[in-house]
Design a binder for this molecule. Structure first.
Ligand code: DHB
Length: 391
């Protein structure tokens, strides 16, 4: 027998976007139901990027002390761009007066889930959305954790269900329809037990390709190196992994330690052709994907949510559809700025497999332009820390 649940907003996907949206709606007095096919444990342990824009941290402040971004996370006032064996600091504080916080996404998720459950949110794990029926009262057709049919009937449905979104087909007419670009490389990511090799992140370009030296804590570090997208994570011994990393960060010595986690991250740029149809809208990875360089993914999802929460408030509290009508256009402006930045930082730092000597020298010229020009440094810093929300 099918169980039917009624709410004002049905949110498909309990990632950062879906959870934060339920919080912002709750603050406006709007009830929602959030479902996710994954278990709580799976959501809280999936390893993703670690950089929060200043505006993201400020929005997370609205969940109160549950947000540990400022207490457990670390503020970073700059990054290092490294090429030809030399490091060049991009000073965020001096260029744009803003900062970022190093605080991993799964920790943000732990904070958001704890805050939502404490607030009495109807949040259901292990519930799989199978489709969405659009209309005056749209419905999410789903199955609960036991496989029983479940329908959520709402005034509005939001797809925050990630890059393999079920909601996308309802909005764009196809599960894949969108602007799309692939890249001929990927990142090999590791987590290791070692002290930090650097206080700030190092984005390093070398003739062997790119590497990123990031951190997680005083004892755990996160690093990535450019690899072929087909690379098998088991293909390298630990010693080989350290060689691959070290040769891409010339001029600095990495502090090594046991590697306890490995993954390969594919690079894709994607923006859905449409972000809203009738009473269904997309946010976050369901709407767009960026390559990881610059860590814009979650930040962009949160920027979408900020706009959509205001639009749903106007619709559901005042019957005013104007913000919702404007949502695709307003959200797209930031989405395409972030698409550009993520693509640009990727192309600035990675070495394409078919790069010629000319390409390589041109790239070094571009890197030098960025670090030696006030405007170059300011563009990087502004985009990296996140464009102010009201801009
Ligand atoms: C991390 C990931 C990124 O993509 C990035 O640009 C910076 C940091 C990270 O996982 O720490």
């Amino acid at each position: 027998m099918t169980t039917t649940v009624r709410t004002r907003v049905a949110i498909v996907g309990a990632g950062p976007a879906g959870l934060l949206l339920s919080h912002l709606l709750d603050q406006a007095g709007i009830d929602s139901v959030v479902i996710d096919q994954r278990s709580r444990d799976e959501i809280e342990s999936t390893i993703r990027a670690g950089i929060l824009e200043q505006g993201t941290v400020e929005l997370l402040d609205t969940i109160g002390e549950a947000s540990r971004a400022r207490t457990v996370g670390h503020r970073h006032d700059g990054i290092e761009l490294r090429f030809e064996g030399e490091g060049h600091r991009i000073d965020f504080a001096a260029t744009v007066g803003r900062a970022v916080w190093l605080y991993p996404q799964h920790e943000v998720l732990k904070d958001l889930i704890a805050a939502r459950l404490a607030a009495g949110q109807d949040l259901r794990f292990g519930v799989t959305a199978e489709g969405i029926e659009n209309g005056e009262r749209p419905r999410v057709i789903a199955r609960d954790a036991e496989g029983n049919p479940l329908e959520i009937e709402a005034e509005f449905v939001v797809g925050s269900d990630g890059s393999r979104s079920v909601a996308r087909a309802t909005v764009t007419g196809s599960s894949t329809g969108g602007y799309f670009r692939e890249y001929p490389f990927a990142w090999f990511g590791i987590l290791c037990e070692a002290p930090p090799s650097s206080e700030e992140l190092i984005y390093s370009n070398s003739p062997d390709g790119f590497a990123l030296v990031s951190q997680r804590s005083d004892t755990v570090q996160r690093m990535y190196f450019q690899c072929d997208p087909e690379t098998d994570t088991a293909a390298f011994s630990e010693e080989q992994l350290w060689d691959e990393l070290q040769k891409r960060v010339p001029g600095t010595t990495l502090k090594q330690g046991p590697i306890f986690q490995r993954d390969v991250l594919r690079f894709r740029s994607f923006v859905a052709h449409e972000l809203r149809r009738g009473r269904v809208a997309l946010v976050g990875d369901a709407a767009h994907t960026v390559p990881p360089t610059g860590a814009k993914g979650m930040n962009l999802a949160i920027a979408d949510v900020r706009l959509l929460a205001a639009a749903l408030g106007a619709l559901l509290l005042d019957g005013d559809e104007r913000l919702l009508d404007a949502y695709p256009e307003t959200a797209s402006r930031r989405i395409w700025k972030a698409q550009h930045f993520s693509w640009w930082m990727t192309s600035l730092l990675h070495v394409a497999p078919d790069a010629t000597d000319f390409d390589r020298r041109r790239q070094l010229g571009e890197l030098r332009t960025v670090v030696e020009s006030e405007h170059g440094r300011a563009y990087l810093a502004e985009a990296y820390c996140g464009w102010p929300f009201d801009a």
